[in-house]
Design a protein around this ligand. Structure first.
Ligand code: NAD
Ligand code: MG
Length: 401
């Protein structure tokens, strides 16, 4: 039997990282952990190293690396501890690695994910922000290196499963009319609009169907997550924004659909558990047990659909605008959103202000063409700066009031 595949898990302590390790642990004959990374939860990372015994662990800085290295050595582990972006890129591109789970949240994942792509790895993409920011460059790097890019986002994984194997010939060529991207609508789907001013981070993070990290939970509540996913779908499947329709489906059982010209609509269904898309991508083109319970359609009983309300969810409209504008617009949208979500989680702004910040940043800066990673990073930096100004102006506005 062949040796187990060597897997790097970037963002191992997060929600996707832990689900990935759960799947890996079910198939020790197939998969072995090569490297694990974490940013802040070092005790958790240490515990994961004890279980999975990776060759490498990666932490945020030199001090944390020394601390963890000392503790792992004292426990008799040979794991080498690296740090920072360089350490992440090293374990993403390492010659011995077969597949990389890109599950760092936000722009911080861009360079390590690109490093895995450029090294021609099998890349399991959870870190949608990386693709949203750098779409054209990212996809060009995939083509040049021959990397195998598999979507982990449940919707994109569903779309991938519903498309024919040769979809890269072009959606129209393979008879696709539309992609139907489903969305739960999050915890505020029916909250009276005036109450949105008073919602707390705890309420925003209490997703009705999925248990996820805090940033993506807030994105789901604002539907910015669906906006980012719209852009993600355009890049992954070479779709125009107008070919992707968002459908609210509160049960989160249908993970997305593909509508063909002959009237056939294919859907992928399953319990809302990320171990399904993770297992699918890890084993693709084979299938393995994920630990997810079989779908009980009698318990689900009904499937509902609604059109999204862009008044309630302005982030959806802003994302579609950024998708249509192209160039640096999605990177700016993403960066402004990251700053706004962090401010909301720190209780510095109210929930509806997330969209206001993004809108203001997108209006303040002209969209430029994306010719290099530097252009993407500059747009990201500029948008963060503008969002920072918005926040400090807000405080002075409130001080005057
Ligand atoms: P999370 O917050 O639970 O975990 C994030 C991980 O990234 C942690 O391991 C953390 O240590 C690491 N990290 C955070 N900041 C970092 C930094 N600056 N440098 C290096 N590492 C850093 O997030 P999550 O819910 O697991 O989501 C991870 C990614 O997967 C996100 O891009 C999210 O949009 C995407 N995703 C998540 C889900 C889900 O169900 N959780 C579903 C679809 C897509
Ligand atoms: Mg998703």
């Amino acid at each position: 039997m062949s040796r187990p595949q060597q897997i790097t898990v970037l963002g191992a302590t997060g929600s996707i990282g832990l689900s990935t390790l759960d799947v890996i642990a079910r198939h020790p004959e197939r998969y072995q952990v090569f490297a694990l990374s974490a940013f802040s939860r070092l005790a958790e990372l240490e515990a994961l190293c004890m279980i999975y015994r990776p060759l490498f662990a990666v932490v945020a800085d030199a001090q944390a690396a020394r601390d963890l290295q000392g503790r792992l050595q004292a426990s008799g582990l040979a794991t080498r501890v690296l740090f920072g972006e360089a350490g992440l890129c090293e374990v993403a591109a390492h010659a011995e690695v077969d597949a990389v789970m890109a599950a760092i949240v936000g722009a911080a994942g861009l360079k390590p994910t690109l490093a895995a792509v450029e090294a021609g790895k099998k890349v399991l993409l959870a870190n949608k922000e990386a693709l949203v920011m750098s779409g054209a460059l990212f996809m060009q790097a995939v083509r040049q290196s021959g990397a195998v890019l598999l979507p982990i986002d449940s919707e994109h994984n569903a779309i991938f499963q519903c498309l024919p194997g040769d979809y890269a010939r072009g959606l129209t060529q393979v008879g696709v009319r539309r992609i139907l991207l489903t969305a739960s609508g999050g915890p505020f789907r029916e909250t009276p609009m005036e109450q949105l001013l008073a919602v707390t981070p705890e309420q925003a993070c209490a997703h009705p169907n999925w248990s996820m990290g805090r940033k993506i939970s807030v994105d789901s509540a604002s539907m910015m997550n669906k906006g980012l996913e719209l852009i993600e779908a355009c890049w992954l499947f070479d779709a125009r924004p107008a070919q992707v329709e968002v459908v609210i489906h509160p049960q989160s059982v249908i993970h997305s659909l593909v509508d063909y010209v002959d009237g056939s609509v294919l859907a992928q269904l399953g319990n809302p558990d990320m171990r399904t898309p993770i297992s699918h991508a890890l084993a693709w083109p084979e299938r393995i047990d994920s630990g997810v319970a079989p779908l009980d359609l009698f318990a689900v009983a009904r499937l509902d659909f609604q059109a999204p309300d862009e008044q309630r969810f302005p982030c959806l409209r802003l994302s579609r605008q950024a998708a249509e504008a192209g160039g640096t617009a999605p990177a700016m949208l993403n960066a402004a959103n990251e700053v706004a979500v962090a401010a909301f989680l720190e209780r510095r702004i109210r929930f509806p202000e997330i969209a206001r910040i993004i809108d203001s940043v997108l209006n303040a800066q002209a969209v430029e063409a994306v010719e290099s990673l530097d252009a993407v990073l500059a747009a990201d930096g500029r948008a963060r700066e503008l969002a920072g100004h918005w926040l400090s102006d807000r405080n002075s506005r409130r001080g005057e009031a």
